[in-house]
Design a protein around this ligand. Structure first.
Ligand code: ASP
Length: 282
C-alpha cells in the first residue's frame, strides 16, 4: 500500500489531471490511497467567497460564477458531453451556491468549514470519474466519514485513534476495493457530523493519517519541485536538494518556518517509520 498525495498545483488544470492519471497508471502494481487537494488556488477562491458571504457584499455572485465556471470548464475539457460526472459536479455547485447565498448563521470558522471543503469535494469527484474513464478502477471515499476531529473549526484536531480505527474498519469490511481509493485531503467531521478542516495545507496530514492507519510502505507527495530543498528553489538559484533527511530534522525545519509540509504530518509517519518522498509531478 502506498499513499499518494496531490496538492492543488498538481491538479491545476485539465492537463494536470491527465498527468495525474499517467502517474497513477505507473503505480498499477500497487494498492493506493490517492489524497487530493482542491484544484489550483480554489481554496483561496473559496475563502474569498466566504468573505463576501460574511460581508454580504455584491462580489459574491461573480466569485461564485468564477468557481463554478472553472470546474465546469475543466470537466468539459476532460469528459464527453453526456458523462454522468457533469450531473455530480452540478449538484455540488448547486449545494455550494445555496450555502453561499444563505445568510450567515454561524461563527466565521464554522461557516468556513461548511463552505471551503467544496474545493476538495469537486476536485475528487472529477478525478475519481476521470480515472474510471481511463480504466483505472477506484473507490470514491468522502474523507469526512473517517477523519474524525473535534469542533475546533478551521484548525480541527484529529482524533487519530478513532480515525485510524474507522479507516481500518472500512478496509477490512470489504466496503472499499483494496486496490485504489480516491479521497480528499484537508477535511474531516466532528462528533455531530459537521464538516471540519485541518488548517491550510492539511492534505499532507490526511495522507499521513491514512498511511499510518494502513501501515503504508511510503507516502509520496507530488509537488512542483523535485524534492526537498534547503531554500525555495523558485527564489534561490543555488538552493540545494536534500536527498535524505531524518524525521527529527524535518520537524526542526518546519519549526523554523520551512513551508514543506503541514507540521502535523511527520508524527504519524515517524511513529510508524513510514518514509515520505517528495516528487515532481512535472
Ligand atoms: N486545499 C487546502 C489548501 O489549499 C489543503 C491542501 O491543499 O493541503 O490549503
Amino acid at each position: 500500500m502506498k499513499v499518494l498525495k496531490f496538492g492543488g498545483a498538481s491538479v491545476q488544470d485539465a492537463e494536470a489531471v491527465r498527468n495525474l492519471a499517467l502517474i497513477i497508471k505507473s503505480f498499477h502494481q500497487h494498492n493506493l490511497v490517492i489524497v487530493v487537494s482542491a484544484m489550483n488556488k480554489m481554496t483561496n477562491n473559496l475563502e474569498s467567497l466566504l468573505h463576501s458571504k460574511m460581508m454580504q457584499d455584491e462580489e459574491l455572485r461573480s466569485k461564485l460564477e468564477n468557481i463554478a465556471g472553472f470546474h465546469r470548464n475543466i470537466t468539459r475539457q476532460l469528459f464527453p458531453e453526456d458523462h454522468i460526472v457533469f450531473e455530480k459536479v452540478d449538484n455540488l455547485l448547486q449545494d455550494l451556491t445555496t450555502l453561499s447565498l444563505q445568510e450567515p448563521h454561524y461563527s466565521y470558522d464554522k461557516e468556513y468549514d461548511r463552505l471551503v471543503p467544496y474545493g476538495e469535494l469537486l476536485s475528487t469527484t472529477i478525478i475519481h470519474a476521470y480515472l474510471e474513464m481511463q480504466d483505472i478502477k477506484n473507490t470514491f471515499l468522502d474523507a469526512r466519514q473517517v477523519i474524525k476531529t473535534d469542533s475546533n473549526y478551521r484548525s480541527a484536531h484529529v482524533d487519530l485513534i478513532q480515525s485510524e480505527y474507522l479507516i481500518n474498519s472500512l478496509f477490512s469490511s470489504g466496503e472499499v476495493e483494496k486496490s485504489i481509493l480516491t479521497t480528499q485531503g484537508f477535511i474531516g467531521s466532528d462528533a455531530q457530523g459537521q464538516s471540519t478542516t485541518l488548517g491550510r495545507e492539511g492534505s499532507d496530514f490526511t495522507a499521513a493519517i491514512f498511511a499510518s492507519a494502513l501501515n503504508a510502505e511510503e507516502v509520496i507527495t507530488w509537488k512542483d519541485v523535485p524534492g526537498l530543498f534547503n531554500a525555495d528553489p523558485r527564489l534561490f538559484d543555488h538552493a540545494k536538494k536534500i536527498e535524505h533527511i531524518s524525521f527529527r530534522e524535518t520537524i526542526e525545519l518546519a519549526y523554523y518556518g520551512a513551508k514543506i509540509l503541514h507540521p502535523n504530518t511527520i508524527k504519524p509517519l515517524y511513529n510508524k517509520g513510514i518514509p515520505l518522498k517528495i516528487k515532481s509531478f512535472i
